[in-house]
Design a protein around this ligand. Structure first.
Ligand code: ZN
Length: 346
């Protein structure tokens, strides 16, 4: 194929990717809300003005409008543009790597799924079930159509991934959704899935460290507030003689904050070591009234004897986008990465 033709197809893949990306934005926003994907016309989320076609031009509309609504001037999240650009770049890379081979069709589905699950994971801290299923279906088809990776390699990879993930989920940080995704990915990638996991964990850890530093003062503030409220409540319980006095026992209150709404999982509290029944509703009420942090986070309040010993609060971290990045990288160039690494060993 002449080089000019090659470039034309690469540009076409980019444009097609950006259009698919703008459709994915709709999927990302509406599927978690169980809204129809096609029924409602697109509109500004701030002023409700219906968008014209030139407002919905992938990537470029956002750039030309400088990230603001044409009608009300309200800021539009760069997320829409990022989703479109990411899909466009991935589609373009898929063409450059695979040309018009069957892998290109796989890439089109896989990359769309990875972009969607990354964004939904960031929004809602969960990877939709259908995204993991779709990845797994691609993996199962791959067993039959891409025989250069033998089926037993894919199954062994899947088994090992499951063992690794049991540990990762127990240690904390990763969730069940991450495991489901990686099971599908191991069928699709074979041993390359370990490189994908490595890339995902590594980039995730780098981001996690940056985030920890950035969030540190906010986290401190919220955890101090939690501690103060818990202390007031606990002192009140002690005064009412329900407070917990059993020597040598520690107790713990576990909860999470989601969309500015603290929620306590009371089943973690061991009421047997309390003198009376703690007024659980009172603490829930106090927290709801005073803590309105919009970011997702979890907390633990440690009680020891007659005082609140300490409070641990941290904002939650997602791994979906990083695993997705690892999977996409290994799907595209995983073989090259492994060969390059092996050549270093020689
Ligand atoms: Zn508007």
């Amino acid at each position: 194929m002449p080089i000019a033709m090659h470039i034309a197809y690469a540009v076409l893949a980019f444009v097609l990717g950006s259009i698919i990306g703008s459709f994915l934005n709709v999927v990302i926003l509406r599927t978690p809300l169980h809204q129809s994907i096609v029924k409602e016309p697109s509109h500004c989320f701030s002023c409700g003005h219906r968008l014209a076609w030139y407002d919905m031009f992938p990537i470029f509309s956002w750039i030309f409008l400088r990230g603001k609504c044409r009608y009300c001037g309200e800021k539009i999240s760069p997320r829409y543009m990022i989703v479109e650009a990411a899909t466009a770049v991935l589609y373009c890379l898929a063409y450059l790597v695979f040309g018009f081979r069957l892998e290109l069709a796989f890439s089109a589905v896989l990359f769309a799924v990875l972009v969607v699950l990354s964004a939904i994971d960031i929004d809602r801290f969960e990877i939709p079930y259908w995204c993991s299923i779709t990845t797994a279906v691609l993996g199962v088809i791959a067993i039959f159509v891409f025989k250069e990776t033998p089926w037993h390699e894919r199954l062994i990879a899947m088994g090992v991934i499951m063992v690794i993930f049991v540990i990762l989920v127990l240690v904390g940080g990763m969730g069940g959704g991450d495991l489901q995704l990686m099971i599908g990915a191991s069928l699709l990638l074979g041993y390359k899935v370990f490189v994908a996991l490595f890339i995902g964990v590594l980039t995730g850890a780098v981001y996690g460290t940056v985030k920890k530093l950035r969030d540190r003062s906010d986290e401190k503030e919220i955890s101090d507030k939690l501690k103060r409220l818990a202390e007031e409540w606990y002192q009140n319980q002690l005064d009412q003689n329900v407070g917990y006095v059993t020597e040598g026992h520690d107790d713990i209150i576990v909860g999470s904050i989601s969309e500015g709404d603290p929620d306590i999982e009371w089943e973690f509290l061991d009421e047997n070591v309390w003198r009376g029944l703690p007024d659980k509703a009172k603490l829930s009420r106090e927290l709801r009234k005073n803590i309105t942090d919009e970011r997702e986070g979890g907390f633990k309040i440690f009680i020891k004897g007659d005082k609140i010993e300490r409070v641990k609060y941290s904002r939650r971290m997602v791994f979906g986008p990083f695993l997705g990045f690892g999977i996409a990288t290994c799907w595209l160039v995983g073989g090259h990465l492994i060969n390059w690494y092996l050549s270093l060993m020689r």
